[in-house]
Design a protein around this ligand. Sequence first.
Ligand code: SF4
Length: 335
Amino acid sequence: MKPFAYARPADVAEAVRDVAAEPTAVFLGGGTNLVDHLKLGIVRPDLVVDVRTLTSRSIDDLQDGGLRVGAAVTNSELAADRRVRERYPVLAQALLAGATGQLRNLATTGGNPLQRTRCVYFQDASTACNKREPGTGCSAVGGYTRYHAVLGVPAALPDPTAPETCIATHPSDMAVALAALDAQVQVLGPAGARTVPFVDLHRLPGEDPSRDTVLEHGELITAIDLPPLPAGARSAYRKVRDRASYAFALVSVAAVASGNGDVRLALGGVAHKPWRATRAEGVLRGGPLTEDTVRAAMAAELAAAQPQPGVDSGNGFKIPLVTRTVVATLRDLEA
Ligand code: SF4
């Protein structure tokens, strides 16, 4: 592991200044992902700035009926909060579907959405990977693609040598629920504070697969706000994986049925970012939630899907699987 300096600033503003001043500096939250990457040589910072005790560790009621979750609130604390379990079951279920109890005791609200892909090539510093080392190519194309993206992929078959190619998926369960809940991200950076809609926090690879989010260097998540849901709204999270625990999603679904005919759907395991299924939402708006209408909505959503071939038979199975998972999730909400 490359040696690095370690800093424990006095407050959040100092932490932001410290990271902004050093181009390779990183924030340390729960460390459940970063520490692995330090050991593997995937990130090689000159400075690690510890913010674990600087941001809020409380969950506060907002005047509009929502909740403000401090960035240092752990995943375990958030999943156990009575208000979250009663008002946002989709979030509690997503949190409990992620990782293990030990990891959830450390992982934080600010850090979980910023965890990096678990693409096996990204985690192997001996392979070509545009996300880890821009311009080197993408080893996943034509390789092991079982956990890779089918949505948000360029229409042309991805070129493994092109610097913009990346078919990784975002691994967080929590982030899929936050996308469906229309959460708002409170950020502090060198230029001041700003609010980022959660659905806009993560990005598709575009020209630069090394960037997972729209955050600038030095910007720190300080809290995440959960807007109130309409009275009578119901929500649920369903995750499909290769084993019953401690596994990332092959596909996952976060659904919020508002009770007035509107349904919000976010999909995990299918794209470079938590995927808000706006086309499907549009088809379903105001109509009955029958199996036929849900299947039609998902057909619209998945019309542009690009299954990837690969050494393991590829990931085309995700297209019918995510449709079945949405059908089952909405059927449970209607029951
Ligand atoms: Fe790297 Fe993305 Fe390709 Fe995986 S899919 S090897 S993360 S560029």
